[in-house]
Design a protein around this ligand. Sequence first.
Ligand code: ADP
Ligand code: ASP
Ligand code: MG
Length: 470
Amino acid sequence: MLVVMKFGGTSVGSAAALQQATSIVKKAREEGNEVVVVASAMSGVTDLLLRGARQAEAGDVTTADHARQEIMAKHTQVIEVLLAGSKAHPSVLTEIGALLDEFEALCQSVSVLGELTPRALDVIAGMGERMSVRQVAAVLEHQRIPAQAIDATRLIVTDDRYGSAIPLMSPTAECSQTLLNPLIKERVTPVVTGFIGASEAGIPTTLGRGGSDYSATILGRALGADEVWIWTDVNGVMTADPRVVPDACTIPHLSYAEVGEMAYFGAKVLHPQAIRPVRRSVIPVRILNTFEPDHPGTLITKDPDGSNQTVKAVTAIKQLSMVTIEGAGMIGVPGVSARTFGAVARTSTSVLMISQSSSEQSICFVVSTSEKEKVLAALQEEMALELDRRDIERIRPQDEIVILAVVGAGMKGTPGIASRVFGALGTHHINVIAIAQGSSEYNISLVVAQGDGDEAVRCIHEEFRLGTGD
Ligand code: ADP
Ligand code: ASP
Ligand code: MG
């Protein structure tokens, strides 16, 4: 079978991790599979590149210089161990050095111009993956696994929304098949950069932070893969973020819809958009642990499993703000919601949750805090007349809030879930600021103050006995 395997930052982040990753590829090939690898940047590299670029915009290029040295050191450590004595040893170091020269030159230009455009930021952000695939392919080759590094700018065609580009599936399928199928046929494993693509005009783009998962599912769909395996540093998708809930445990089986809700509402283990390409073409996805490869992890398919578990997971997204529009003059006036969300849409901000009270005296919605200012400005402008007439009394932002999502297909049609959620929060004296339930009934989302977020996740997790051993 054809398997697209994605290795995340920690899975390629050290010599020991990369050794594990290459054994996984080797084993899958020996079992008769055709394998396409998608690799992230080594862990920490994307952050270093971004910090270097942002500081350069402020006129400081020494941060970029330090980033360069740190990135080179990370790669050198791996190369010294895994490519010692190989022909590739000097050439891979030279290639990585050349990419870092390009990074420094770009940061120099950014500092001279004093401006970092989204387009330039995407070129810089994606350099970690370009370095990583060269290293991964050389290590595979050295271990006698035929492999070839490929930049996804040649495969994944996107729109030009820099920073969170969207793939255009038919040109992507055409380019990917033309370039990769001949290699696959010759049993050469392509090692493709995660995270990046290019617009139709050929300008590099990125798919958003954590976007290598998305790259893997895009390629899975483009190549008609039998399965997509996401290799990471935990045993699959868990009942909650294991950093917040120490007794979180692996969920063996999830549907596309369930995992889609979880990823959208903050489960970092999968990029929020990653499930879309595979959902349409019904390709199973597995989330597996590079450091415990025999653990079955999580299998994601179309149908929810037959278990009668109602709630499967609880997730949280942080760094959000809630905007409330209030005023007695809004009652019964048609078009207020349409105008509100029209104004928000013009700022290209995505709204994570909406709630309207039945008296129609207020509408509230949640956006990322980084987008709050432009949303407020757009609303003030759109509603200037109503504000002036006091039909709308105020447009009020509230920062430092968290959306919690309680997810599980079995919640559909099961009464009493919401009361258990709110009961558990009430017992812990956690105030609920807003509530929404999707019509899918696969999730209940609620807003609490950021300071209560972790405790709220833990108490819902406990209420539904999602932890190990139950
Ligand atoms: P990678 O570099 O492999 O893409 P990420 O750091 O992006 O890995 O995602 C894996 C991390 O996601 C885990 O280490 C874990 O801390 C975090 N995480 C958050 N929520 C969940 C969850 N519900 N299940 C599993 N992991 C989660
Ligand atoms: N390297 C990118 C990031 O850190 C993409 C990824 O790891 O998935 O966001
Ligand atoms: Mg990730």
